[in-house]
Design a protein. Structure first.
Lengths: 199, 199
DNA sequence: GTCTATACGAAGATAGAC
DNA sequence: GTCTATCTTCGTATAGAC
């Protein structure tokens, strides 16, 4: 029982450190300082560092699912729910300008490391994608729901990467506004002839 | 004289390895294997690994400037030149799906490492941004050239990140087509009332 | 369950022969 | 200039006391 608590402490600290420093750059020593535990103790809870990574990804998958469920429950319309997603860029602006998007940067790092968990990290993206596709379908855009979902994800990733590189708050605000405008233009009745559709 | 050749070998190998494996994950041993040189020799040419990174960034800055100059010389219109930029996503598709965008992923890694060269890496982005802004100005869109330039950069970064995560060629093709359509819609005479402008 | 102590390898970096 | 040999530090991981 106490084991579960300690384990959760480790995963929580690792989650934050993997985000802020990267997976490879984070050592057991870092996690030890953060949790107040000894290095040796980690091996009672996890066999290897990769096992901690797996637990971190599982934690993020659960947190993402929970967040999406909350938006599902709280948003009045599909369009408003998608807007909630777009607004993360504003809500998490400071962290994004410092460390990028937790999902995108982990995905990129694991790709370069040719790490087996690469595909698990991509499942976090897939959660967002599928949820967004569901919202677009509910908006009456089942015709292109997957393309529209990936387009929103794409833009949020692009904004996050440039926000980290340039740390330009005006840029983030402007692109978020543009995403909202784009979203409004995707309404079934509101579409102009194809000029900048995602498909 | 021979020193310059060896130095260039080192920087070239480091450039490729930093891209494919990441800066931190690439060791002197890797570079030694790649170049056929001994580890100890590196320290005749560079004092530290960070100095190699500086040289790699300088090399990328030069290569980028050269590529932009070639597009400048070869493209018939500003719009065609911007299209050249967009087409990198297709030309480098395989590498991007494996390792992401060299600029974006380095920028992200250095941000997480809180590395001093972070801002030098951002200068590569700045080269693209300023060149793109110049093209938009030449297109007759001086009114929003910086915002339009960042918008194109943003989309290319977003496409690269998701291409790495999902390895979906159709997605890349679709988004490249959408970027071309968006670009055409930015012509001064061609703009619809603001629905998805970048500004 | 958690600790200390330690094994073991790999990393960046230096010294000095050639 | 380039090499081999080596130093030192830090990383993951293990052993065993408590």
């Amino acid at each position: 029982m106490r084991a579960a608590v300690t384990r959760e402490q480790i995963v929580e600290a690792a989650d934050r450190l993997f985000y802020e420093q990267g997976f490879e750059a984070t050592s057991f020593a870092h996690i030890a300082v953060e949790t107040g535990l000894s290095r040796g103790n980690f091996y009672y809870h996890f066999k290897t560092k990769d096992d901690i990574l797996d637990a971190v990804i599982a934690r993020r998958l659960a947190a993402t699912a929970e967040m999406l469920a909350a938006w599902e429950a709280g948003g009045e319309t599909p369009e408003r729910r998608i807007a909630s997603f777009i607004e993360i860029l504003i809500a998490n602006q400071t962290k994004i300008m410092a460390f990028g998007c937790p999902v995108g940067t982990l995905s990129n790092e694991l790709a370069k490391l040719d790490h087996g968990a690469r595909q698990d990290a991509a499942r976090i993206f897939a959660l967002f994608r599928d949820w967004l596709a569901g919202q677009f379908a509910a908006m009456g855009r089942a015709d292109a729901k997957d393309a529209l979902a990936l387009h929103v994800l794409m833009r949020s990733q692009g904004v996050a990467t440039l926000a980290t590189a340039f740390r330009d708050e005006d840029f983030v605000r402007r692109e978020v506004a543009a995403m909202h405008a784009w979203l409004a233009a995707q309404r079934p009745n509101d579409r102009a002839p194809p000029s900048d559709s995602a498909a």
